[in-house]
Design a protein around this ligand. Structure first.
Ligand code: DQQ
Length: 695
């Protein structure tokens, strides 16, 4: 094999190291003197209560379904009008001003579309109060402690730690001043925030340390390629690497003294050249990367070969191009196995492999992917089906999900997908709450061997460590036009797994409606058909004044074909006026003999929904004002006119994840579960108490 070590650098110490500690840290609490036995008695009480919580929390229970008789058989009219009172109050209030962030700097608009001048400038501001705003912060999704976050950057697994870098504004809850935040985890769920990895301190990235990707070289060397926005807002590619490869936390990063390593090639717009991918190894001993750009309205992926990550040779032509798709941001390019359930290293190729190409479309801010074949010799990729090419076919997610990036997790031989989940409330509200954006729960990505035409995305298995008490609901009957409450208590942090069985006789005898259905334009969950909509009402209050239906809609076509759509309807998710309210979703493949299945993760203002094992997914941001804290409930609903169904559900309350600033002590307890808390804290303390009292 050729020498693949990057020609790293004469005097690393002379290079700038970007490193700014996060604010915070605890000040010493004031200690009141209390008699030692009082303290111990108090602690003993706490220990007993904690023990009970741990024991109860881990005990599976069967849930009771109680039916709402007064509502069960009445057709449910989900099209109730929004609360007039609130709208009037809000109208009198402040109006939102149109703002634009990003476009001028040469990246996509970062504010919610509500506030772009064509959509919602002048929308009245809802009178949010602190308790509503605080409730929106999530409990088990990755978020910085405060401020703005966007794209995932350079995820990797290294010496026992998962590393996550992200686009971050240390100065506020809106896009701007972009640097690289950094956090580490043992399990992709519990996170420790580290100091910033890279700040904007060089002429070539002074306007932003933008998105990039990591490549792990032989001998555990890591190179990071990222886009710098220069002092003249030109997009250039830059090289960085860890100051100390022996440091598993990779806290210090060195920017290469010869940066930038790539500038926009002739014919490419200076603001249209960004987001280098992870490199893959070629059979002639070089590393290959692709970078997104556009020519007029055609989205393209430029290709470069390098031996040392310092000098690059541009290949003729492009890896792929699709007319009409506009600028391609954050391209991802990786292999998936046609035959195995394991993920593949980015450099793998062969007969058993398909290649996924993903582009984040600057024009509509959605992540589109396509499956296809990659020819290493020509440096070209062709889609399996031109009709569903990149940017004109299928998406990773039909809700809020953008600028995503995968990495190969050599620890568990899987490919893991991270996606940036933006806000769909107002920028005013973001500023008030002091933060904006989440990262979705990382998902494993596999080729769907059954359909052969899509990927399967599924929350990483580690999320299941947060599952607490479980309720089972077996074959709950839901008649046409009814709502059934599910007694799960507070419904703000849940993992829900459901299987639906439709009344097959009704499906078979239903008329062939040949309806042209679209989640976006067919009237949401209020639109009634013979075989749908039906599903769950998430984050609903008892009176259903707020509710987010996540549902299937089945259409009978000619010759008895059955098409299934999977949608999420935000239109009644909040009585607030200044949040995005739309219906999202798409077609979901359902094979003969399969039941309809659904998994939903609810975590305060985010709902992540996965249909048919992850063939179609929808991430929804919702901002209820009533269905919050103890008032948040969960219901089954069936707004179909003809079919009834039975639903079998397993529903877990979810614990919060441990996400906080790094300290050596926090690192040693980076993996908290009720059981580890019990073993690490409660047992030793119990032993101490016992010894004390038996003296
Ligand atoms: N975000 C980064 C860019 C990228 C965009 C800037 C996508 O590198 O194209 O924050 O959201």
């Amino acid at each position: 094999m050729a020498d693949t070590r990057p020609l790293l650098l004469s005097d690393p110490d002379a290079l700038p190291t970007a490193y700014t500690p996060l604010p915070g840290g605890s000040s010493s609490p004031e200690i009141r003197r209390i008699h030692v036995k009082e303290v111990l008695a108090m602690f003993a009480g706490v220990v007993m209560v904690s023990l009970l919580v741990v024991i109860i929390g881990n005990t599976g229970q069967d849930g009771n379904v109680y039916h709402r008789h007064n509502r069960r058989d009445k057709p449910m009219l989900l099209a109730a009008s929004p609360t007039k009172e609130t709208a009037t109050k809000a109208e009198k209030a402040e109006k939102l001003q149109a703002v634009t962030r990003g476009m001028a700097a040469g990246v996509s608009e970062k504010s919610s579309r509500l506030y772009s001048s064509d959509v919602g400038a002048g929308t009245p501001v809802y009178p949010w109060n602190n308790s509503m705003l605080s409730w929106q912060r999530t409990a088990f999704h990755f978020q910085p402690e405060k401020n703005w976050m966007n794209d995932p950057n350079g995820p990797l697994f290294y010496k026992g730690w998962y590393h996550f870098f992200y686009q971050y504004n240390p100065k506020g809850a809106v896009w701007g001043n972009i640097v690289w935040g950094h956090a580490v985890s043992r399990d992709l769920i519990h996170w420790l925030h580290l100091p910033l990895a890279m700040v904007a301190d060089q002429w070539y990235d002074i306007n932003g340390v933008w998105t990039g990707s990591a490549t792990i070289l032989p001998n555990d060397q890591i190179v990071m390629l990222y886009t710098g926005s220069t002092n003249e807002s030109v997009q250039v590619q830059c090289l960085a690497y860890p100051a100390d490869h022996k440091d598993p936390l990779l806290t210090k990063w060195v920017k290469y003294s010869g940066n930038p390593v790539l500038v926009p090639p002739p014919g490419t717009g200076v603001k249209d050249f960004r987001d280098p991918t992870t490199a893959w190894y070629t059979t002639d001993g070089k590393w290959r990367i692709t970078i997104g750009s556009k020519v007029n309205k055609t989205g393209i992926s430029l290709v470069y070969d390098t031996k040392d990550f310092i000098t690059y040779e541009q290949l003729d032509g492009v890896l792929h191009a699709v007319p009409g798709t506009g600028m391609w941001e954050c391209i991802d390019f990786y292999p998936v196995s046609k035959t195995s359930d394991k993920g593949l290293d980015t450099s793998q190729n062969g007969a058993d492999v398909k290649h996924v190409m993903k582009a984040s479309l600057d024009d509509d801010r959605n992540d589109y992917y396509a499956l296809g074949s990659y020819n290493e010799k020509t440096g070209k990729w062709v889609p399996d089906n031109q009709k569903i090419d990149v940017g004109i076919g299928i998406r990773y997610d039909y809700g809020k999900f953008y600028a995503s990036k995968t990495f190969y997790d050599q620890n568990k031989q899987r490919r893991v997908l991270w996606g940036w989940i933006g806000e769909s409330d107002s920028e005013n509200a973001d500023v008030k709450k002091g933060w904006a954006s989440l990262q979705g729960i990382p998902r494993t990505v596999l080729f769907d061997q059954k359909t052969g035409s899509n990927l399967l995305q599924w929350p990483v298995e580690e999320i299941e460590k947060l599952r607490l008490n479980k309720k089972n609901f077996d074959k709950v009957q839901v008649k046409a036009g009814s709502v059934v409450p599910l007694d799960v208590g507070t419904a703000t942090q849940l993992d829900i797994v459901v299987e639906f069985e439709l009344d097959q006789k009704v499906v078979e005898s239903a008329a062939e409606s040949n309806e042209e259905f679209s989640c976006q334009t067919s009237g949401g969950a209020a639109k009634r058909g013979a075989l749908g909509p039906f599903g769950l009402l998430v984050l609903a209050d008892d009176s259903l004044s707020e509710r987010t239906p996540v549902y299937f809609y089945v259409v009978k076509g000619s010759g008895g074909t059955v098409n299934t759509y999977f949608c999420a309807d935000q239109t009644r998710s909040s009585v607030a006026t200044d949040v995005v309210k739309q219906v999202s979703g798409s077609y979901v493949p359902v094979l003969k003999g399969e039941t309809l299945s659904l998994r939903i993760l609810v975590d305060h203002s985010i709902i992540e929904s996965f249909a048919q094992g992850g063939r179609t997914t929808i991430t929804t941001r919702v901002y209820p004002t009533q269905a919050i804290y103890g008032a948040a409930r969960l219901f089954l609903f069936n707004n179909a006119t003809d079919t009834s169904f039975t639903a079998s559900l397993q529903i877990w309350q979810m614990n919060s994840a441990f996400i906080r600033p790094f300290s050596p002590d926090a690192a040693s307890h980076a993996s908290f579960t009720p059981v580890t808390v019990f073993i690490k804290f409660i047992v030793p303390f119990g032993i101490f108490l016992t010894l004390y009292f038996v003296r």
